[in-house]
Design a protein. Structure first.
Length: 694
């Protein structure tokens, strides 16, 4: 039996398969946007096993974020408390782009005519001020039925404190319109902030039919081929969840694919003794960066789909920009060169793939600049057409800007590098961190090519290019545990809170989560629960997440407050011990431990970098072409040092070393890159952790 992980990207679908002997194999196939399940089946079909041998499969996908960005979801309505009908239009009064005089608020996913209200009212403690107008709800149901509405988001004022009106409204709407998908806010997020809660509920309603259809198609395609194992879905907070939970709360799939890579970077850091790192993922569509400190990834409580509304959810802190290998280069009306955010994807793909693409991409620029080997791309399965890439760049970029092909291709590359640098800088420097404390973990089909330069320019300690870097997000999914989060608003001054009330709130959430883990078949000894309080100084707007022990008694609360001051000092370089604090939320994270793939050390063999030398190639690094040595990564002996500038090739990605770089293969198949002074320390740390993981 085998465990499988699949990651659907914009250009390629990746897989990682763990067999019963602990061996992991990797494959890649073009993504199929018309039916992503076909690309998954194609990818798995390249492995040497039958579908009936799959014991479980973890899946990551961009289906939810794509549905929101492209506005291709269900026909959705919004129902709220009378007097708050325009909640989705008013949004917030802040101005995210203060220097953009043409800024317009995002257009809601629900058209104005389907933003409706009904008489009812709760106060913030859950007490009924106005009873629910049940006839009014029935009338709304009839309106939605006649309008052909597929889903409705119900978000009543203060429903986080008392869900009775929302639950009754759901019953009434289904009586009148039985096929209607009804999503109530109290089952999406039981927290205050009315607009964010409403926006989150709308996105859930808008995408639920899309996700249901997608997962039904995937499960059907696997079942047709005899697969009977459990299917899990990667969620945005770095864990996995059941398909039932994914259908019920598709919001948690928003960053499903990228989360796998980050959790893989966390596990890799534990393996080689690097706790502070920046996970850097560059695939065919986007570049993504996320910070890991002390071995723990950063998790946010708020998230915003680029160009869309803010959402309330647990999500890894990921900065994502449209600058992947398939990002299309184009000349704007003002004559400036742009790269992305549109991507050629797998259909029609970059011009050099010969799949029908006509617009030049970053991949086309890289092949023109000699960075990819045209005869050894995707392990030689795809022969790149350099002349076609040159012609496309000349036609679309060079001629309009008066540049030769080399200069145009170099310009495309430099603009993409600026986006990469921005993403990494945002999660590190702009979060107040000293980059010299961090190591860049670079993966994805394009990440290793730019990693060394980015690390140098931003002053990072070094670079780790993992084994199977192009499939690393899929491998990371195999390392993830089941994870579910639940929370409840509770606004209280810390010095006045009833510790017993906190215990009761935590207990309610833990019982709910324990039932989920039991339903997923997790043994009691593999279940764990972590409690948190959202806290702030009295009068502040935003909060910090503070971990809490098992019993928040009065004495323990004093320790929690002290911990809050410490975390505030770390986050903002200031704290005010003695200042009044308050709690705004209680939260619990449940984890169901899953078996993880073991990474076995490689056998030590004698050899030098010269043994892996396979030729030379003209490559443009920054300004001029240079004749660089090309090494086969698979033939690099453990401990063999490659000095830059040089190219290190493998079947599905290329690592580009800058002048002054030293790269060495460690005992786990990773490529460690740093200058001559730092590299020995990285290598010693990686090898010294061997005994703990053998």
């Amino acid at each position: 039996m085998v465990r499988v992980a699949t990651d659907v990207g914009g250009t390629f679908t990746d897989s990682a398969v763990l067999d019963e002997h602990g061996h992991v194999s990797f494959e890649k196939a073009p993504s199929t946007p018309a039916d992503y399940s076909q690309g998954i089946v194609d990818c798995l079909g390249r492995h040497d096993f039958g579908a009936e041998e799959i014991s479980s499969m973890v899946h990551g996908s961009t289906v939810v974020i794509n549905a929101v960005i492209q506005r291709r979801g269900a026909k959705t309505a919004f129902l709220t408390t009378d007097g708050f009908r325009d909640l989705l239009l008013i949004q917030r009064h802040n101005r995210p782009q203060i220097r953009n005089i043409r800024y317009r608020k995002p257009v809601p996913l629900v058209e104005r005519a389907l933003q409706l209200s009904v008489v009812e009212r709760m106060n913030c403690d859950g007490e009924v001020l106005k009873p629910l107008d049940e006839d009014g709800v029935r009338a709304v149901g009839a309106t939605l039925r006649d309008a052909g509405v597929e889903a409705v988001a119900v978000c009543f004022l203060h429903a986080y404190a008392n869900a009775a009106h929302e639950e009754r409204a759901r019953e009434l709407l289904r009586e009148v319109h039985p096929s209607l998908e009804v999503v109530i806010s109290s089952q999406v997020m039981r927290e205050y902030r009315e607009f964010e809660r409403a926006s989150s509920t709308v996105v859930n309603a808008f995408t639920r039919p899309v996700v249901t259809k997608y997962l039904d198609s995937l499960e059907g395609a696997l079942a047709e081929r005899g697969a009977a194992g459990e299917l899990y879905v990667m969620n945005s907070s770095g864990g996995i969840m059941s398909p039932e939970q994914a259908r019920w709360n598709p919001l948690q799939m928003m960053e499903s694919g990228p989360a796998g890579g980050i959790m893989g970077a966390v596990e890799l850091g534990r393996l080689i003794g690097i706790d502070d790192l920046v996970a850097f993922d560059m695939g065919g569509t986007t570049v993504k960066a996320s910070l890991v400190r002390g071995g723990e990834p950063a998790v946010l409580r708020e998230y915003e789909v680029p160009g869309h509304h803010p959402l309330m959810m647990s999500v890894l802190d990921i900065v994502e920009l449209g600058a992947g290998g398939g990002s299309i280069a184009w000349v704007a009306d003002d004559g400036t060169l742009k790269v992305g955010p549109r991507s050629a994807g797998s259909h029609p793909g970059p011009v050099c793939y010969q799949w029908g693409g006509q617009e030049p991409t970053l991949t086309d620029a890289n092949v023109v600049l000699g960075r990819f080997n045209p005869a050894n791309f995707w392990g030689g399965e795809l022969q790149l057409d350099v002349e076609a890439a040159e012609a496309a760049i000349k036609r679309s970029i060079g001629d309009p800007l008066g540049l030769d092909v080399t200069a145009a291709a170099a310009g495309i590359s430099e603009i993409a590098i600026a986006s990469i640098r921005t993403a990494v800088r945002i999660v590190s420097v702009e979060r107040g961190h000293d980059t010299s404390d961090f190591t860049l973990v670079a993966y994805g089909g394009s990440g290793p090519m730019f990693a060394s330069r980015i690390a140098r320019e931003l002053g990072l300690r070094g670079v780790v290019v993992p084994f199977a870097a192009a499939n690393f997000s899929a491998w990371g999914m195999l390392t993830a545990d089941l994870r579910y989060d639940r929370s409840q608003t509770l606004v209280r001054a810390t010095d006045q809170v009833d510790a017993g009330q906190l215990v009761d709130r935590f207990a309610v959430l833990e019982r709910e989560l324990d039932q989920l883990l039991e339903h997923d078949g997790v043994a009691p000894e593999d279940r764990s629960f972590a409690r948190q309080l959202s806290m702030r100084y009295a009068g502040q707007e935003h909060t910090l997440e503070v971990p809490v022990g098992d019993e928040p008694e009065r004495d323990a609360l004093a320790e929690v407050v002290a911990r809050f001051h410490e975390l505030h000092e770390v986050a903002f370089k200031q704290s005010v011990p003695g200042e009044a604090t308050e709690i705004t939320r209680v939260g619990v994270t449940a984890t169901g431990a899953m078996a993880k793939p073991r990474v076995r050390p490689l056998e030590l063999t004698s050899g030098t970098a010269a043994d892996a030398l396979v030729g030379n190639r003209q490559v443009l690094l920054e300004r001029d072409f240079e004749l660089l040595p090309v090494y086969d990564r698979a033939r690099l002996a453990v401990g063999a040092v490659v000095e830059g500038p040089a190219v290190v090739e493998e079947p599905t990605c290329t690592t580009l070393l800058q002048a002054g770089d030293h790269a060495v293969a460690d005992r786990y198949g990773n490529l460690l890159i740093a200058d001559g002074e730092v590299l020995p320390a990285l290598l010693d740390r990686a090898n010294s952790t061997e005994a703990a993981h053998a």
